[in-house]
Design a protein around this ligand. Structure first.
Ligand code: ZN
Length: 672
């Protein structure tokens, strides 16, 4: 057995600022003096989803992402200000296109591309002599349309994000001159009209602006862009301090949930410019504090909309999930850290699938971790929208999510593979797909990635196309929840490493080579709010399986058209007030207390619902009489351990992956 190079990258790369090897780059890394990155995004379209992940994107195509202009024509139709109309002129149009562009180019769907192109063309044509672009005539906000603050920097930041992706897919050079002109305008104008001039959103989210400035700098090398990066960093909220001061995240109502999701990447974006590792450390500190104070096992946090508490009946906004994912994808690229990829999979494979319907025709503004009823009524959220925020509808809650939810899956797919800085390829989180990219001296390779991850152990890879045998490194993350992982090539183990490391296997690959990455999965129990227990297995969190009765409800129109014409409620006749047994939760062998069963699922079945859940866990539990519903939610979580509560007899309950549930209990009290 031949053992090949193995090295732990996550730490080694974190502080590496070296220059490239001198060879011509296959993909564009940061240009000096920006910090060198271990990984680089491949062009949009290089990664194609397969199996259920392709099905997921197709559901977006037939659902809201592909048809938002028809579903909410008053917002996304011809009247939109970003198409030159007198309708909505702020963030919503750009939000939609930021998800539509990657979906269109990943699926190579001409109709979707054409839909996005209208917006791109109008935007490019709207640029004025001084570099400013977009809607510029303020109008009063009527019929729920946001038409004032047209000069706000914030919606333009979203436009920059989709123009960057559009260029990454097409190489349309107009984007480069357009952005250069706009960034010169920003450099001249920001000293007088800073990011916060029109709203605080651009201050909170300024890192997204810096991100695109650096992207352009890497292409053009225009030195003024570095000055603009510095200026934007000065005007952006102090995320490095906020995440590392052990105070801000512990202060209720201090931050907005989506701002935090976006702000998490701010220190790492700025780190590229200042090279100070403390900026990366701040993110890790912030993550630890967030999970202590507000964290949920699905990677999200109780924040509805301002930071609230870690209670599993607080809310988590859909925008928070997709923005946090995008932040993590950017941070993984820049730092190579495997713990950030663990976090990303938590959000993508638990929180993300539950917040939209299977048909992608409706979404939930807030999801709850313990969510035992989805209905229109007021709950204990800090910000409410007449009780609609928990229901599934196109417009219930606040409509930002209707526009912003689309980026989640497509961007996740795009970054399933990165180019590595040593002319190889890197899979730093996993899902079924095929990548086609250049390696070594420019040879093109296609690798198929398959298996039933995250439901089953292991990930398979196959070199599907490679003209002649070629040596290049393959980087594969071993998740932190995994004790040791190993890689077999054509049946022979060639590398192994510990959880949290990245395997780097450099060898001559040839067409037809088959690899198997073994990542043994074990059931474990984690403890959360009120010391409640959650059952996890690898990237998946498990939750109580409940029968779900979905009903479509016509809106009463009490608030006009604000919340749309209809929404879904979901009710269950099943009991949910269960307590897990302490001996099971704290036992040394959770695998024997929580018994996993793989379920037969029809080939090609959509996995993210109760009917098709590919796994279940049988557990022992007792019902707790005093834990009852409160205002449509599970009542306040009883503290663990409960030792004098009135409990029913021990019975068997079934848990399924959180992402398959709509109604559920995820954090369980524990009893003697
Ligand atoms: Zn939102």
């Amino acid at each position: 057995m031949k053992r090949l190079i193995i090295m732990a990258l996550s730490v080694a790369f974190l502080f590496s600022c070296g220059t490239p090897s001198g060879k011509e780059e296959l993909y564009r890394n940061n240009r000096s003096p920006l910090v060198h990155k271990p990984y680089m995004e491949l062009p949009l379209g290089a990664v194609k989803p397969t199996a259920w992940l392709r099905d997921q994107l197709l559901r977006q195509t037939t659902g809201m992402t592909g048809h938002l202009d028809e579903i909410v024509p008053n917002i996304m139709g011809d009247r939109n200000g970003w198409l030159g109309g007198d309708g909505d002129k702020w963030e919503r149009g750009p939000y939609w296109i930021d998800g539509l562009v990657p979906l269109a180019y990943i699926l190579d769907d001409e109709a979707l591309k054409a839909k996005a192109q209208r917006w791109i063309e109008w935007t490019l044509a709207s640029q004025q002599e001084d570099g400013f672009f977009g809607p510029s005539e303020d109008l009063p906000n009527v019929d729920g349309l946001q038409r004032d603050r047209t000069h706000d920097w914030w919606p333009r930041i979203v436009v920059l994000k989709y123009l960057q992706q559009y260029y990454d897919a097409t190489g349309d050079e107009r984007v480069i001159s357009f952005m250069t002109k706009y960034f010169r305008y920003q450099l001249e104008t920001l000293p007088e009209l800073p990011l916060g001039n029109w709203s605080y959103w651009a201050v909170e989210r300024g890192a997204d602006n810096i991100m695109v400035v650096y992207w352009l700098y890497n292409i053009t090398g225009d030195a003024f862009l570095l000055d603009l990066g510095k200026l934007l960093a000065q005007q952006t909220a102090p995320w490095k301090d906020r995440l590392s001061d052990h105070s801000t995240l512990f202060t209720r109502y201090e931050l907005h949930c989506v701002n935090l999701a976006q702000g998490f990447k701010a220190p790492v974006i700025e780190y590229q410019g200042n090279g100070d590792p403390a900026y990366v450390e701040a993110v890790l500190t912030g993550y630890e504090d967030l999970m202590k104070q507000l964290g949920w096992p699905n990677g999200m946090y109780g924040s509805d909309e301002m930071l609230h508490s870690g209670s599993p009946t607080q809310g988590s906004e859909f925008c928070s999930a997709v923005e946090l994912m995008f932040s993590l994808e950017r941070m993984i690229e820049i730092t190579g850290r495997t713990d950030l990829a663990d976090w990303l999979e938590k959000v993508a494979y638990n929180a993300l699938p539950t917040q939209a319907t299977d048909a992608f025709d409706a979404r939930q503004y807030y999801q709850q971790l313990n969510q035992v009823e989805v209905s229109r009524r007021m709950r204990n959220f800090m910000t409410s929208y007449n009780g609609t925020e928990g229901t599934f509808g196109p417009l219930t809650g606040f409509p930002c999510c209707t526009a912003n939810m689309h980026q989640g899956w497509p961007k996740f797919v795009r970054d399933l593979w990165f180019a590595s800085d040593d002319a190889g390829l890197a899979a730093l989180y996993y899902g079924p797909c095929t990548v086609t990219a250049k390696v070594a001296g420019g040879e093109e390779v296609s690798i198929e990635e398959s298996g039933n991850y995250p439901f089953s152990e292991g990930v398979r890879f196959k070199v599907a196309a490679l003209e002649r045998p070629t040596a290049f490194p393959l980087h594969l993350r071993i998740p932190g929840w995994c004790e040791t992982g190993s890689l077999k090539v054509n049946g022979e183990e060639v590398a192994a490493g510990k959880g949290g490391e990245t395997l780097v296997v450099n060898r001559e690959w040839k067409q037809g080579d088959e690899m198997e990455l073994c990542l043994p999965l074990h059931i474990k129990v984690s403890r959360w709010y009120e010391y409640a227990a959650a059952v996890e297995r690898g990237p998946l969190v498990f939750a109580l399986k409940m029968k779900e009765n979905w009903t479509k409800v016509a809106n009463d129109g009490k608030f006009g058209s604000r919340y749309g014409d209809w929404y879904y409620e979901v009710h269950s006749p099943d009991p949910w007030n269960f307590v897990l047994l302490r001996e099971d939760v704290e036992g040394e062998h959770p695998e024997s207390a929580f018994v996993l069963e793989e379920l037969p699922v029809a080939e090609g079945a959509y996995p993210w619902n109760v009917e098709n859940a590919p796994l279940q866990i049988k557990a022992r539990a007792r019902s707790m009489t005093d834990w009852q519903p409160y205002g449509g939610s599970a009542g306040p979580l009883p503290y663990s351990d409960q030792y004098q509560a009135e409990l029913g007899p021990v019975q068997e309950i079934t848990l399924i992956p959180y992402g398959c549930t709509t109604l559920r209990v995820t954090e369980f009290p524990v009893t003697y």
